[in-house]
Design a protein around this ligand. Structure first.
Ligand code: DCB
Length: 513
């Protein structure tokens, strides 16, 4: 059993005979009275010389981080020249409590926003991940009324703080992420967190590195790095499970106005961490106008990279049902694109959208994959590669029965809620049971033709199933076409916003987090 330093400090305080301090502005009937006494008596956050504590003043970055540092590693305060809190700040940074772009010296003496205080508390105290951190954000969107206004980078940490009993919302159920934190609130949060966290005595000079989240639903590339497939689970660079959620474009030959940087950024801001670029081969797509379509593709891939997203390059076969029909063009395309992006962890290759027609997995699609995958691997040896299957990427069971012999490969399963129901979920369960990793690189709330519905109840069943299995998904499609599956209301144009989403789009965007 590890000793709890916080308790040790309290005991020490008692032994040394320190008496509780009475501040003239902290009366004993206040909700925070005990928290302030605890923090003050243990020397973690003291009052002022004029015998005030100023409980309602906002706490600064410097003060907050210093308190946390004293909690987990008491002793030697800063001996560095410069700002008095510089030592604590550098300690915090070197232990991964914050990232380089989050705090700089010009912020030290300003009020710390609540989302940042939560991040620092959760990471410094190693607050344990709880079961409910995983993929069920939609539940918390009811409990934390303003959850949508929390930046995607912090949502899971806020949830973890709630789950650990460190935080509760205001009287309206709001978290108010960008508001400041009063000194009284800081005492409450830190004393609660310290009371339940396993804080290690600082005897060992090397403090433990805080745990990273085990499931990152909203993490982008800077957080998750190079992806890998472990067993059937998509995982990040550190081997922790990852779930990607986002939007697919419609055909680049028709709707590339919704794949510019602005549209990708809006999708990212809504909480998505993956964007798929549907590069149709037929239907006046890539094979008819290769340079034009490739330029559109590249500028959109670059836009997604700039937005810290994962990006799927989709060789969107459809009318050309057998991938073998254009296998030579596919080889040269994937050779070029995998060389171009081999240094980017963002890129995922989808080598055949939806094989269909009178073909089989073992006779057509698998041999195709065995030609394309080595082409990509020659340039980009470890990237994740997605492979479709016959019957518009529903025959995942056939793939699971006769799998490809390559690492970091996943099989796509595509569903449309108006057409595909429990039976296809059962096929996924079968495939996973056989060890086949599954990725939903395309799904719609509509029927299989992209129109009809929307079918939100069945879509909800699907998402609960995918959440329960940590399966990543990409929704069809980000455009304003007049069809049910389109996420943007008909004819809205490129100045779309989350206020001009279609019924389908509202449902899908609400489920990124
Ligand atoms: C897939 C395709 C995708 C298609 C959607 C919806 O096709 F990957 O390209 O998108 O699912 O059908 C639709 C667009 C339309 C467009 C049409 C042709 O939404 O605006 O006019 O492509 O480019 C599927 C998926 C499943 C099934 C059939 C198809 N299925 N299909 O299970 O029967 O026939 O395209």
């Amino acid at each position: 059993m590890k000793k709890r330093l916080f308790l040790a400090i309290l005991v020490l305080t008692a032994i040394l005979g320190c008496t509780a301090h009475a501040y003239m502005d902290v009366s004993s009937d206040k909700w925070y009275y005990k928290n302030i006494q605890t923090m003050s008596d243990s020397g973690l956050l003291k009052g002022y010389d004029d015998n005030t504590f100023r409980p309602d003043n906002p706490i600064t970055y410097a003060e907050f981080v210093s308190v946390l540092k004293r909690c987990v590693s008491p002793g030697s305060e800063s001996s560095l020249s410069g700002h008095w809190a510089k030592g604590a700040m550098e300690y915090a940074y070197s232990n991964g409590w914050y990232d380089y772009d989050e705090i700089n010296e010009s912020l030290y003496d300003t009020a710390i926003p609540r989302y940042m205080a939560v991040k620092l508390t959760v990471l410094s105290m190693n607050l344990p991940k709880t079961e409910n951190d995983d993929g069920v954000y939609w539940r918390y969107m009811n409990e934390i009324k303003d959850f949508n206004s929390i930046d995607g980078r912090y949502g899971y940490l806020v949830i973890r703080a709630y789950n650990n009993g460190v935080l509760t919302g205001d009287e309206n159920g709001n978290f108010n992420p960008r508001n400041s934190l009063t000194r009284a609130e800081a005492c409450a949060i830190i004393s609660r967190a310290a009371g339940m966290a396993d804080i290690k005595p600082s005897a060992s000079a090397e403090p433990d590195v805080p745990i990273a989240p085990q499931i990152s639903v909203r993490g982008g590339v800077s957080e998750n790095g190079k992806l890998q497939v472990i067993g059937t689970q998509l995982s990040n660079e550190r081997g922790e499970p990852v779930v990607l959620r986002g939007m697919s474009s419609h055909g680049l030959q028709w709707f590339s106005n919704f794949t510019d940087r602005a549209s990708i950024a809006k999708t990212a801001q809504a909480g998505a961490n993956v964007f798929r670029l549907a590069m149709y081969t037929g239907e006046n797509g890539y094979l008819s106008q290769p340079d034009n379509i490739k330029n559109k593709l590249y500028s959109s891939v670059d836009g997604a990279i700039a937005e810290d997203m994962y990006v799927i390059i989709d060789w969107h076969i459809l009318s050309d049902g057998n991938p073998m029909t254009n296998v030579a063009a596919a080889e040269s395309f994937f050779n070029e694109v995998s060389a171009k992006y081999s240094n980017y962890d963002n890129v995922i290759y989808e080598i055949c959208n939806e094989p269909n027609g009178n073909i089989s997995w073992s006779g057509d699609v698998k041999p195709y994959a065995e030609r394309i995958i080595p082409v990509i691997r020659a340039n980009d040896p470890e990237s994740v590669i997605l492979v479709g299957s016959p019957t518009w990427s529903q025959d995942i069971n056939a793939a699971a029965d006769d799998p490809l012999n390559f690492d970091n490969v996943m099989y796509t399963c595509h569903f449309y809620a108006g057409t595909h129901t429990q039976w296809l979920r059962d096929w996924i369960t079968y495939a996973i049971g056989k060890g086949a990793p599954i990725f939903i690189s395309e799904w719609g709330t509509s029927a299989a033709d992209g129109n009809g519905g929307v079918f939100l109840e069945e879509s909800q069943r699907w998402l609960e199933f995918l959440n329960a299995n940590n399966i990543s998904w990409v929704n069809w499609s980000l455009c304003d076409k007049n069809e049910a599956s389109a996420a943007i209301a008909p004819n809205t144009g490129v100045n779309w916003s989350t206020d001009t989403l279609s019924q389908s789009g509202k449902f899908v965007f609400d489920n990124f987090r």
